[in-house]
Design a protein around this ligand. Structure first.
Ligand SMILES: Nc1ncnc2c1ncn2[C@@H]1O[C@H](COP(=O)(O)OP(=O)(O)OP(=O)(O)O)[C@@H](O)[C@H]1O
Ligand SMILES: [Mg+2]
Length: 462
């Protein structure tokens, strides 16, 4: 390809086409076709920087061509040529995403100016997009934050799998970002402009789920008053996300297997075979392999889904990402709740990093939200942490670094709890989310004597 920008001229009048082509040939690489349909064919195999199209043409007109061009990547700039009397339509086209329009007969000076401006803006736009993408990728990918090596691997897999139609199985504990990854797979691929249809398989009873997925014909069952398209049909040209796939029953497993193998199915109560072009992404927080071994999940379906495997690591295995996520949520949630939060103390951050996060990123988000909303001072401190977290973190930190600020905080926490519960160790322990035995050990460790705890009461359960 030459270095010249490529311009595709679309007009049913041969004279107009040739006149324009002649005027532009010096500075641009010019191609000509006679209607919208031909333009799309041409664009199937080649790229144009600008499409210069007549508005009124037999076959596919300029407006229809516009709607087919929108969302193409990279999207050509569309400039419309319009006869007098068609200005309103041209304005409407601009609202929908055309770059500009020119009245016919075309003033060539104006056309050249318009082309220069459009191409300059386009270059600028691309540059900005590239810079932004670079910025994003420093802390993660799409909306997925993470700089840990484990997450980098996840990003690599997304990058490789997104452009394909390969089925992806996303596995990971609850709250690790499976849905987020499913959306990124869709968003970074050629189907981004198509629909992304999520289905939460565990939320519906098996028969309902079946008609939800495959649709039904009128009269297929009581209450089926008309034909309804299912999610597979709705996802045509896009991505179907089957969340919690481990929960579907044996009968549906067979049906989904068939769609994966043949890309076709029948609606419930119907005989007509429906074909779809759907990319399937599935997710589960169950150990699907184990379910296969136990006979709870079909092996053939498992391998159909397992073409690309994406396993999201739990947050505790990538503690390095905790600070990044916490900081991110701190900023966004403070804004959302209209709170001014200057930051988070090192001790509090240490506590977050030491906690095992059974609910993963979702739990982290909730904890930060609570802290932002309830936080007392400018900066979030250990005191703003939920008590279970303070203590769990305290335990880890005191084991690692005796005498640290966390250890002090832990001690303070225990004292407070005992005071609150008037010396009742059972209730204090409950409040702190630790066992009575642990509390006892802590008291010894810190050399704390409960004032109301006489020798005689030592063994008594309060
Ligand atoms: N790496 C990440 N970066 C930013 N946000 C994240 C990340 N991982 C998860 N989240 C956020 O955490 C929350 C939970 O994520 P998501 O719903 O994708 O989890 P999940 O794995 O589907 O959980 P479940 O199994 O419970 O459905 C969402 O608010 C999501 O935006
Ligand atoms: Mg989910």
């Amino acid at each position: 390809m030459s270095g010249k920008p490529v311009i595709l001229i679309v007009d049913d009048e041969k004279n107009t086409r040739e006149g324009l082509a002649r005027a532009l040939r010096d500075e641009y690489a010019v191609a000509e076709v006679e209607n919208g349909l031909r333009a799309l064919e041409w664009l199937e195999t080649r790229h144009a920087d600008v499409v210069l199209s007549d508005l009124r043409m037999p076959g596919m007109d300029g407006m229809a061509l516009l709607s087919r061009l929108l969302g193409r990547e990279p999207q050509p700039v569309l400039i419309l040529l319009t006869a007098y009397g068609n200005i309103e339509t041209a304005v409407e086209a601009m609202k929908r995403g055309a770059y500009d329009f020119l009245a016919k007969p075309v003033n060539l000076d104006r056309l050249e100016l318009l082309l220069k401006r459009a191409l300059a803006e386009r270059r600028l736009g691309e540059e900005n997009r590239r810079l932004k993408a670079q910025l994003d990728s420093k802390y993660g990918f799409e909306n997925i934050l993470g700089t840990s090596p484990a997450m980098q691997e996840v990003f690599d897999t997304i990058r490789q799998a997104a452009p394909t139609r390969a089925t992806v199985l996303i596995q990971g504990e609850s709250g690790t970002g499976k849905e987020l990854v499913a959306r990124a797979l869709h968003q970074c691929g050629p189907r981004a402009q198509g629909p992304f249809i999520p289905v939460h398989c565990a939320a519906l009873a098996p028969t309902l789920l079946e008609s939800e997925l495959f649709g039904h014909e009128k009269g297929a069952f009581t209450g089926a008053q008309e034909r309804r398209r299912g999610r597979f049909e709705l996802a045509d040209g896009g991505t179907l996300f089957l969340d919690e796939i481990g929960e579907i029953d044996a009968a549906l497993q067979v049906k989904i297997l068939r769609v994966l193998e043949e890309r076709q199915f029948e609606r419930v109560g119907g005989t007509e075979t429906v074909s779809v072009d759907v990319r399937l992404v599935a997710a589960t927080n169950r150990d699907l392999k184990k379910m296969v071994e136990d006979g709870a999940f079909r092996e053939d379906l498992f391998y159909r889904l397992y073409v690309v495997n994406l396993t999201l690591p739990p947050l505790r295995e990538r503690a390095g990402d905790i600070a990044l996520l916490a900081q991110h949520y701190l900023e966004t949630l403070a804004k959302e709740h209209g709170r001014k939060v200057a930051g988070i103390t090192t001790e509090a951050m240490d506590a977050l990093a030491a906690y095992p996060w059974p609910g993963n990123v979702r739990e982290l988000r909730n904890v930060i939200e609570r802290m932002v909303v309830l936080g007392a001072g400018e900066k979030l401190t250990v005191r703003d942490l939920p008590s279970s977290l303070r203590l769990a973190a305290g335990r880890a930190a005191s084991a690692a670094r005796p005498g640290s600020a966390l250890r002090d905080a832990e001690r303070q926490l225990i004292e407070e709890a005992l005071r609150r519960h008037k010396g009742s160790r059972t209730r204090a322990a409950q409040d702190l989310g630790i066992s009575r035995r642990t509390l006892h050990r802590k008291l010894n460790e810190f050399g704390l004597r409960n004032p109301q705890d006489g020798q005689t009461k030592e063994g008594r359960r309060t």
